[in-house]
Design a protein around this ligand. Sequence first.
Ligand SMILES: [Mg+2]
Length: 225
Amino acid sequence: MSEKSFNIDWDSIDYVFTDMDGTILDLDFDNFFWLEVVPEKYAEKHDLTVSQSKSMLFPEFKSIQGSLEWYSIDYWSDKLDLDIYNIKWAYKDKIRYLFRAKEFLNVCREMNKRTFLVTNAHPKTLEIKDFVTGIKSMVSRSVCSFDYQYPKENIEFWVNFNRDVDFDPCRTIFIDDNEKVLKSAKDFGIKNLLAIQLPDSSKDSQRIVDFNAVDGVCEILDKYI
Ligand SMILES: [Mg+2]
């Protein structure tokens, strides 16, 4: 997006809710982990070729995408008979911030916004990511959708989250790289919504159809603050 096509009125915003994977942290880790590492480990364990493993796993992944199980380390550990938690630890060095994302969180804090990490990541995944990046110390509070029994794609997540935190959706901005998630936030009534077009630094940008979009939070720093 080269032209400035919208504005963010920061004076009308108290809460900044930001997704973790693909918004603050590089989705490259998650894509690499699920599309390369897990199929390799599954192939080793079950005596398959990697290509056989991928053709078995990918439809399995797709069938529950967007559900709470999809984000659950425990679900996949049971289902695949792999220790997903420990395998993630082994690959933790690939976890990193997206370009200038840490600076963005600092700027939100300097603007006195209540900045929440709002993630579908499993609490055990958050633990690993926090160990590597210190991300929890960068925000006012970290919220896992597991705490509210629904993924962010479901409006019930927002209802339960709001019951707990009592934020004003009209004075909130929510940033995420997933349009389905942004849609449920919109249905709940969150006024300011922003999509991320480049969640994975190793891939091309994704096409965002229904929301204002930036390449990354670095673009917010450059153009909208
Ligand atoms: Mg994301």
